[in-house]
Design a protein around this ligand. Sequence first.
Ligand code: CO
Ligand code: CO
Length: 328
Amino acid sequence: MGPGDLSEALCGLQLPFDPRVICGMESLDDAGVYRLRDDLALIQTIDYFTPIVDDPYAFGQIAVANALSDVYTMAGRPLTALNIVCFPLKLLDISYLREILKGGLDKMAEAEVILLGGHTVEDAELKYGLAVTGIVHPDQLLMNSGARAGDKLILTKPLGTGIINTAHKAAMASDKAVRIVTESMSSLNRKASEIMCRYTAHACTDITGFGFIGHAANLARNSKVGFIIHAEQIPLFPEVTDYAKMGLCPGGLFRNKEFYSGILRFEKHIDTTIVDIFFDPQTSGGLLIALPEKQAEPLLDHLHREGIPDAALIGEIVEEHPGIIQIV
Ligand code: CO
Ligand code: CO
């Protein structure tokens, strides 16, 4: 579904109110957060989707890395998970599902997350993912609303998973591009989150289905600030620009563009192909972190040293034009 569909569906419905809810349905945050005690809050999130790679083991890994990410964005620690499986028994052999679950379990083991159970239904189309439960100290919780004017913005993974996967489906993508993107989608945002927690970040989100612009726009809007993004500093996967120029773009890119282009400003010299890539829906994308200027370079160096080489300083936050993303 597109970015506007859920708010349209919820329109006019009475949502429950409880003072223990820190992030609920109406917030644009990555996960729900519920205060258990003054020093402990519960984080809950769910994510599942259809295969985006051919290899079932890799798909299981990616689905889990993607589902856990929303806990990492909020500076939380995922503890337990439930599998969600929709499986076409008449079309696929059960060994295919075993490979998916194995990939998922291995990724959960890496994340030190315990699988407690799950639910499986027969469905025409295969889908896999997780419902995740995590914890965070309410004082450490990072939300979408905390970014401040003067902050710098850091992005931890390159953009272009949707475009490369579309090129791959059309048998146009190189093996190298597919391998790099699969590795990136399978890698947890755990380390980036743990390193971020050693600094005083103001806000964080992850880049997923609404694309870089969509998630940046939510952050800017909730924090009531404007973003200035330096186009040439945004990390991109190799060959993504070539495929985008060939029109190998997923439908979600155009839906995101239609929904979010009103909050975007860019100068004439900016290549429109690059702007399109900023709308590309990402699977298991990186963290977008807002933090004080003084800490930006130290955090960036730290991420690079700890094996997150693509992390980049991509822009800054201003008081002017709240909610607007300006690309320079
Ligand atoms: Co998210
Ligand atoms: Co999510």
